[in-house]
Write a protein that binds this ligand. Structure first.
Ligand SMILES: *[C@@H]1O[C@H](CO)[C@@H](O)[C@H](O)[C@H]1NC(C)=O
Ligand SMILES: *[C@@H]1O[C@H](CO)[C@@H](O)[C@H](O)[C@H]1NC(C)=O
Ligand SMILES: *[C@@H]1O[C@H](CO)[C@@H](O)[C@H](O)[C@H]1NC(C)=O
Ligand SMILES: *[C@@H]1O[C@H](CO)[C@@H](O)[C@H](O)[C@H]1NC(C)=O
Length: 201
């Protein structure tokens, strides 16, 4: 990631100072914390997203399924498996380690949302989803959107907001494909860094 330009660094500093001045009168409450450098997020975590796609007979495990048929464009001229226009809806497990949760065990969080394939010539997709936390460690959501340029080693999604423990959070999630098993399973590592956090003082 590139460093912020000096002018934006300055404006971030000003924002923090103005906020601190604004907070000076309040004895307690929510305080907005803004990172002063891309290397110093106000919160970070690494999570694994397991996409377990319905393959026709894994009804017990599948947590994602195609919600559209391939478009006519994808089945006529652009026939090379780029799935243009196919939309996948998912409610997939998200874990702290790489392993899938054991049967009956609740994952650290769930990723709920969709992705669709959006390029004729090659495989790329676009994601919009919430990471829903409902564990003793975290309760709340982080909401992510972004282009998954699958040819790149890492891709960045925007964390556009959050709720609960992640009230009003914003940041960047760097995505890396960690495993692909056939057509119906892939695992992505998500390095989530929040640059704007609200904390109770
Ligand atoms: C969070 O950031 C700290 C400091 O950069 C780093 O040491 C730690 O490994 C990071 N944790 C995760 C889970 O990424
Ligand atoms: C469904 O299960 C059958 C029997 O186990 C197997 O032969 C077939 O390959 C499976 N289909 C898919 C799409 O995995
Ligand atoms: C996909 O098919 C189109 C049309 O035949 C072709 O022009 C294009 O190069 C192919 N792309 C790949 C990645 O094979
Ligand atoms: C969240 O966890 C609580 C306690 O385990 C449970 O009662 C509740 O149904 C869960 N909510 C969701 C949306 O899963």
């Amino acid at each position: 990631m590139q460093g912020l330009a000096p002018s934006s660094k300055l404006s971030l500093t000003i924002v923090v100072v103005v906020l601190l001045l604004g907070m000076a009168g309040a004895a307690h409450g929510l305080t907005r914390v803004v990172a002063s450098s891309p290397d110093e997020p106000c919160m970070n975590m690494t999570l694994y997203y397991h996409n377990i796609l319905y393959n026709g007979n894994n009804t017990a495990n599948a947590a994602a399924a195609a919600a559209t048929k391939p478009t006519a464009l994808a089945t006529t001229y652009w026939k090379n498996s780029t799935f243009f226009g196919t939309l996948i809806v998912f409610n997939d497990p998200v874990t702290v380690g790489k392993a899938l949760p054991l049967t009956g065990e609740e994952p650290a969080a769930r990723a709920q949302g969709f992705y669709f394939y959006d390029k004729r010539e090659s495989l790329t997709s676009w994601f919009g989803f919430s990471i829903v936390f409902n564990s003793t460690a975290h309760k709340g959501t982080l909401n992510l959107v972004g282009a998954d340029l699958m040819g790149d080693a890492t891709r960045d999604f925007s964390v556009v907001g959050g709720t609960g423990d992640f009230f009003m959070a914003r940041g960047v999630a760097t995505i890396r494909t960690d495993a692909i098993e056939g057509l119906y399973y892939f695992r992505q590592q998500m390095d989530i860094k929040l640059y704007e956090c609200y904390v109770w003082l």
